[in-house]
Design a protein around this ligand. Sequence first.
Ligand code: 5AD
Ligand code: SF4
Length: 462
Amino acid sequence: MIGKKVHIKSFGCQMNKLDTALVTFALKDAGFTFTESASEADVVLINTCSVREHAEQRVISHLGRLQHIKKTRPDMVVGVIGCMAQRLDRKLLKHDAVDIICGPAQIPQITKLITETLKLKKEIVAVTENIRQKTDQRQAQALEDFESAYSAREKKIPGQAYVRVMRGCDNFCSYCIVPFVRGPEISRPPKAIIDQIRKLADTGVKQVTLLGQRVNSYKYKAGDKTYCLADLLRMASDIQGIEWIRFVTSYPSEEFFDEILRAMADLPKVCNYLHIPAQSGSNKILRAMNRHYTTDQYLHLLAKARDIVPAIAIAGDFIVGFPGETHADFEATVDLVKKARYKNCFIFKYSPRPDTKSDKKLADDIPLEVKKNRNTELLAVQEKISGELSAEYLGKEVRVLVEGLSKKPHLDSEKSDGNPQLIGRTATDYIVVFNAPPSLAGQFVKVKITKTSPLTLFGRLI
Ligand code: 5AD
Ligand code: SF4
């Protein structure tokens, strides 16, 4: 398929970003070229997310735009990959634009699916029939081979790469679609993970982010030894060239918690950052969500994290307007946010997802207006805390891994020698804006913080 142009658009989480990187890598290997513009592409791929209805609606409207382009380019092939492909299966074919439907477990076949569709000009559907069945050995091996072949040659953010340590999820939080679209929880072999990080380091990667839906429950038995995330952190720390190691997302559980935090405290390369969603501050709602902890247990974990790693930055997720959430339940969430003192929080309005337990058993009874108001109120509470915590950086020197040009000009930033505004992040995941030459992308620099806002630090390159 030499010369055929591909445009790929990615929605959703870091797992999806990684899948997009894997697909891009494989298609480039097969001779495809890439374009930023959908209207000049021969093949358009959309990597989709099903976690909230809104994410799916965005994909549907994107398909509408592609259908419009297809009117003048009838040979253009459109593929839907990822979670929506698995969830909606053949139903997606009712959108005229769609030619290929490829679930997350079928992405190793993507080159073949595209080549066949271009040749035979007919629709192809490749998804897992029974997603909760243990992955068959051949499919598991195909995924593993596809994944381990990846070494980031072209990186969206220079110097950084995601590395999956687990697939799927077995937790079945009652609101969550992930177990139904990404399948059972499987930990990748430690050797495959470490070899891959080594390969990434050889191509100049300095920061790896280890990915798993419940990354702290990583567990792999090899011979007499059971490897946990702390083992991976230690092994990854020994790799030359890797300077920062992160991991997301953590589930609030005692299992392996101390080991992981001790690894964070002991190993200078492991970033002092924990993303550990609480989802609600009401024990009644946590039970209905099938989250296996109380707010007291959750706060105990945070206290322990701060005790073992004093400089740790903690981020969270919350869902507001879960079925049956009373004003008192919401107040308990506000109270938890105040006590937890997160660096930042992602707050979502409950969105019922088909097949999940909460959708089947509970009415979506909180009016949208109430969800919106709770969302706004919780954000305001968090913003005040974020502002207080980021202000502690004022006047300090921080080490920053530079990502590249800042997309929006931050009016607050200082001018310096005509250099553009760059953004980067601290080990604690704070965004830092400063003026410097764009050639610094992918490098570590020191920045002196001269101004702060709740989510951003502004400073001067040292
Ligand atoms: N509705 C709203 N938010 C959700 N999340 C997951 N499922 C839903 C849903 N059905 C949120 C959770 C999770 C984050 C990735 O998305 O907060 O941590
Ligand atoms: Fe969804 Fe819960 Fe698994 Fe996270 S841990 S992916 S919220 S089921």
